[in-house]
Design a protein around this ligand. Structure first.
Ligand code: 3H9
Length: 686
């Protein structure tokens, strides 16, 4: 870390260089305070430009320091020192001015930014609120309504919008350093604006705070930080600066130590580690400049859209002209939906669509860098596809299967140059869901595996390496979730009670609602295949529902009944009667919300521990990412593995032992017991 001071005549330029993102470590805070006193002592300096080296302005407090006691100088004091400096400071922003970085900029007398810069207070995404005056200065600078938006959403705004809000004073085109120095020369002789801390907050309309509270609470559900952030902005608007600062700091310190903040920090670091697995360090991926998708159904069309959204030209291959048309129509449908929802303008949709070529001739793929197969889940059909690809594609083209349940090793039998083959498992809708399971076979070359990770980065997805087993990581755990959900029904719970408990836990949907939405037929098909292999999947009620053709919403009934044109689930007497019949002779009990959640989540953890032990997943945090980004597990709970560790693995083992004794779950695996003894999953990984 260095903070250097250079002079450009009467302007001093303070350059912060603390890679990778100029986070506000203790050493940097100290150096900024020192820079203020050095420059205040120099009468020849008329203004100071604060600028950063590297990819970004100060991107915030150092999240790595959050688990430790705060060390002085504390950031609120650093910001106050800059604000109180004799010489006015100008923040020169490129990249991202986030969290503590924006708070430092708010202490400066002026702020300028390049057009590509973004500014925001993302603290709520880490389960905290700004802790260095963000909630107090922001309403004083841009008014309470805009401050509430920025602080409670955590979403950044671009430089243009920031200028419109009054968050920055100017957008600098061209070289930032030169532009900021010119700006500083310009303001050096002028009256200095009133420090933000001593400005008044603009009044709000009657009912504003109540309305904001309702809106924020509706979005935040059980996440604590957004409402606490709102309370802090409100306090800042209704009281003096010093009291508001004290209120903000107290809230910040309280939340910093909270379980939700620890969970969100865990996810923050897991997400940043995911694209760069240490085992692939130094491996260069193959270049991907063009891509093709085989199969234009829902999944194939979604993958094609995801590839196009990342700027790749895409060829969509189907069996015949009619199927090509249907496939292209599916892709078009995705873009039409995006335009309708205001996500992209029509011109962008047209440009994306223009980059998708349809055809039934595999010869179109002779020079394609990456081909992803997304045809029907049938081994023979998939093998036939890869046979044709082997014949036409360049030998270094990467060939991938999007299979969910088949064995990629079996699919790849007969592929020429099998080292270029791997599984790329997308989640539906593929253009939206962030998770990408990357499944190497025995033969996959390291640089092909690395290409999978590079592709994920290009597509803005979270990559997780998964080993080969039935369902890989995510769907293997999902099977346990579903079996547990049925066990609950057979021991006294109702579908509505199970779904309500899981929603209360933080999932967007309960397991039964989710099955009704997605359709029960796919899982039934997989159970059939599993039984043919001699396995004994547990789904006695689902099997009965499927036998009646109750496949979910699309057939007017599944676990619930549905009125035509209405997606609201209604409890079903038919289902209740089937459950009662199947449950005949089984012990019944009363389930409360916590009991239901334990009976679903902890067996998931048990299975996940086996997955870790078998090295189907390499890290517990990877499993958390799979559940968060593929299955809607609440981010603020950190994923099932973090949740279990936070709960205490010994307690998890004890609950599973009790459930197993009543025949309501598998007993804890040896590996879970071992992890409990060691106090964490790290004993199983690596
Ligand atoms: C805060 O400021 C609280 C204050 O209000 C109160 C204080 C009292 N700390 O994302 P990338 C690392 S809360 C430590 O791949 P990009 C990251 O782990 C903070 N480390 O880069 C990774 O490490 P490695 C509010 C951090 O170019 C490397 O930097 N601020 C931090 O795609 C590269 O990260 C935020 O929440 C950090 N704050 O994107 C900002 N940030 O190379 C969070 C990053 O070892 N950061 N690292 O794996 C971001 O949004 C992105 O990193 C950013 C750059 C957009 C800046």
């Amino acid at each position: 870390m260095t903070v250097t001071i250079a002079r450009e005549n009467a302007i001093a330029v303070v350059t912060v260089d603390n890679p990778p993102v100029n986070a506000l470590s203790q050493a940097l805070r100290q150096a900024l305070v020192a820079a203020v006193s050095t420059l205040d002592a120099d009468a020849a300096v008329k203004a100071v430009v604060l600028i950063c080296a590297g990819r970004t302005f100060i991107a915030g407090a150092d999240v790595g320091e959050f688990g430790k006691p705060p060390q002085p100088p504390h950031l609120p004091d650093v910001v106050a020192t800059i604000e109180g400096a004799k010489t006015p400071w100008v923040a020169a922003i490129h990249g991202s001015a986030l969290g503590g970085g924006l708070e430092v900029a708010l202490g400066c007398a002026w702020r300028v930014a390049v057009p590509s810069a973004s500014l925001g207070l993302p603290e709520v995404k880490l389960g905290i609120i700004p802790g260095a005056g963000g909630t107090v200065r922001l309403p004083r600078l841009i008014g309470p309504a805009a401050a509430v938006d920025l602080v409670t959403s955590g979403s950044p705004v671009g430089a243009k919008k920031a200028e419109g809000l009054g968050l920055i004073d100017a957008v600098v085109d061209g070289d930032l350093r030169a532009g900021a120095i010119a700006f500083a020369n310009d303001i050096a002789g002028k009256a200095r604006p009133q420090p933000v801390s001593s400005r008044a907050v603009a009044p709000v309309e009657a009912g504003f705070w109540e309305g904001a509270e309702k809106a924020v609470a509706g979005k935040a559900k059980r996440e604590a930080a957004p409402l606490r952030a709102l309370a802090s902005v409100r306090k800042a608007s209704e009281t003096d600066f010093a009291s508001a600062m004290a209120f903000e700091r107290e809230t910040f310190l309280e939340l910093r130590g909270s379980e939700q903040a620890a969970a969100l920090r865990h996810v923050f670091f897991a997400e940043r580690a995911a694209p760069r697995p240490p085992e692939l360090a130094g491996v260069t991926p193959r270049a991907i400049r063009s891509a093709a998708v085989i199969g234009g159904g829902t999944m194939g069309a979604g993958i094609a859209a995801a590839l196009r959204d990342a700027g790749l030209p895409v060829v969509l291959i189907e069996r015949d002209a009619a199927a090509v048309e249907r496939g292209l129509a599916n892709v078009r449908g995705i873009y039409e939906g995006s335009v309708k929802r205001g996500r992209i303008p029509q011109a962008v949709a047209d440009e994306r669509m223009a980059g998708v070529t349809g055809g039934d001739d595999y010869g179109l793929l002779a020079d394609t860098d990456l081909v992803i197969e997304a045809v029907f889940e049938d081994l023979a059909v998939k093998r036939a596809v890869f046979e044709r690809l082997s014949a036409v594609c360049r030998p270094d083209a990467v060939l991938a299967t999007n299979t969910s349940y088949l064995d990629p090793d079996a699919i790849s039998e007969g592929v020429s140059h099998p080292e270029r083959f791997l599984g790329l498992h997308f989640f539906s809708p593929a253009q939206i869901m962030k998770l990408l399971e990357i499944v190497p076979t025995e033969a996959t070359a390291p640089e092909v595996l690395a290409t999978g990770f590079a592709l994920a980065r290009l597509l803005g997805k979270i990559p997780v390496r998964a080993g080969i087993c039935d369902g890989f990581i995510g769907n293997r755990i999902l099977k346990v979730t579903r079996a547990q959900a049925e066990r609950l029904l057979l021991s006294g719970a109702t579908p509505a009670a199970v779904d309500a408990a899981m929603r209360a836990f933080g999932l967007p949907m309960g397991p039964f609602e989710a099955q009704d939405l997605g359709g029960l037929d796919i899982a039934a098909f997989q159970r059939k295949a599993a039984r043919e292999r001699g396995e004994t999947p547990f789904a006695p009620v689902a099997d009965r529902l499927c036998a009646l053709g109750r496949y979910g919403q699309k057939t007017g009934g599944g676990w619930y009944d549905y009125q035509p044109g209405d997606r609201a689930p209604k409890s079903s007497e038919t289902v209740a009667a089937i459950i009662a019949e199947v449950a005949e002779g089984r012990a019944q009990r009363t389930w409360d919300e916590a009991g239901i959640v334990d009976a679903i989540i902890l067996p998931m953890v048990n299975e996940a521990t086996r997955i870790l032990e078998e090295r189907v997943a390499l890290r517990a945090a990877d499993i958390d990412l799979v559940k968060i980004h593929g299955y809607g597990f609440p981010r603020w709970r950190g994923g099932p593995m973090h949740h279990a560790e936070a709960r205490g693995l010994s307690a998890v083992v004890a609950v599973l032992d009790r459930l197993a004794a009543d025949g309501l779950a598998e007993p804890p695996s040896d590996s879970l017991r071992r992890a409990a003894e060691a106090g964490g999953f790290s004993v199983l990984a690596g």
